[in-house]
Ligand binder design. Structure first.
Ligand code: AQP
Length: 336
């Protein structure tokens, strides 16, 4: 078993990234170890280039994401933690796989359509090619399982299609089709201002998300001001089905407390959100405060964090090298 996943260093790491990804990975670490497998988590800095960002912002965010992972419990001695750019094999395999992936396949990718919007002609080639790099990220390590959000499922399907076509074209079994790991426990966290949209790094409204570096007051204030309807808490989780804001706050509470949404609704049934929100704010401060404090400490100690990333990259590069060489040779390239 080999689990591989990554996060883009595009700033404003938030509660959705924590509950939907990082916290799940931390929980998986022990299971993967128990199965004799390996966990690999990377900062997808090459992916961050696909939409314009100040270079310094990418560097800062690389440290922020690394710090968040370590502070949350991704242990660099138990998982391989690294930044993608330090392992050139990702880019090299992506180029090789570009010749296997078909334009028609990429044209179907909904994330490209969403991100490019009406300005398709002005989008970078990198944004269009993003799913091939993502395929390389996981195929390079013969990942068996890839924890992804629903939004990345289509890209993982593409990685499987690329692996299948490569193996057929070159009559080999070098590339392994990875399975998506869509944890039922991984919640999808929505914006605090508009619960029809996911909480995201790129939302221009800071009030729409809880940043992992927010101080206690900011966390409390954002939850107090979170949009809700005027009704009190329903009697059951099911009764909230047409109340996206209420559902979102309950989802966050349940995920932070490691309880089921049903359980949380039962505790607050009939009470107004005026009392639920402060309880949620207290819980969030209690859970996120220590992670933030450790993140801040690590961000101030960039040398140590970078040393961990470098060590992780060396381990990743040695795992990647044989596969890349075999792929190159299978394609007829003279290497080594
Ligand atoms: N709102 C969310 N709820 C649950 N999980 C989420 N993730 C992101 N937003 C939520 C999960 O976090 C992981 C890392 O995501 P990413 O940074 O690689 O890309 P993203 O999904 O595009 O993140 P953002 O925050 O939404 O960024 P922008 O605004 O740039 O699009 C993934 O596992 C993702 O599912």
């Amino acid at each position: 078993m080999r689990v591989v996943s990554g996060i883009k260093p595009t700033g404003n790491l938030h509660l959705g990234n924590y509950l939907g990804a990082i916290k799940q990975w931390v929980g998986m670490q022990a299971d993967v170890e128990a199965a004799g497998g390996e966990s690999m988590y990377f900062i997808a800095d090459l992916h961050a280039l696909t939409e314009w960002s100040e270079p310094a912002a990418i560097t800062d965010s690389t440290f922020e994401v690394s710090a968040a992972m370590i502070a949350s419990g991704i242990d660099p001695t138990r998982s391989i933690l690294f930044n993608q750019a330090r392992v050139p094999a990702h880019s090299e395999l992506a180029w090789l796989l570009n010749n296997v992936a078909r334009v028609g396949w990429l044209n179907r990718m909904t994330q490209f359509k969403d991100k490019a919007g009406k300005n398709r002609e002005g989008a970078s080639v990198g944004l269009y090619d993003y799913p091939v790099l993502m395929a390389a990220d996981v195929l390079l390590y013969r990942a068996t399982h890839v924890p992804v959000g629903e939004d990345q499922k289509q890209h993982l399907e593409l990685a499987r299609d690329i692996a299948t076509k490569f193996n057929l074209d070159y009559k080999t079994d070098l590339l392994l089709e990875p399975e998506p790991l869509i944890s039922k426990a991984a919640p999808r966290i929505m914006s605090l201002r508009d619960a029809t949209q996911k909480m995201s790094k790129s939302n221009p409204s800071d009030a729409a998300r809880i940043n992992l570096v927010d101080d206690d007051d900011a966390i409390a204030q954002k939850f107090r001001k979170a949009k809700t309807d005027p009704e009190p808490m329903g009697a059951s989780w099911e009764s909230l089905k047409d109340r996206p804001e209420a559902k979102n706050l309950v989802t966050i509470f349940a995920a932070l407390a490691d309880r089921t949404p049903d359980d949380v609704v039962a505790e607050y049934a009939g009470q107004g959100f005026g009392s639920f929100k402060p309880a949620l704010a207290d819980l969030a401060v209690a859970k996120l405060g220590p992670i933030r404090d450790e993140m801040v400490r690590l961000i101030a100690d960039k040398g140590s964090v970078d040393a961990e990333l470098r060590k992780g990259a060396e381990r990743a590069a040695s795992l990647a090298a044989p596969l890349l060489r075999d792929v190159q040779r299978a394609m007829g390239l003279r290497v080594g």
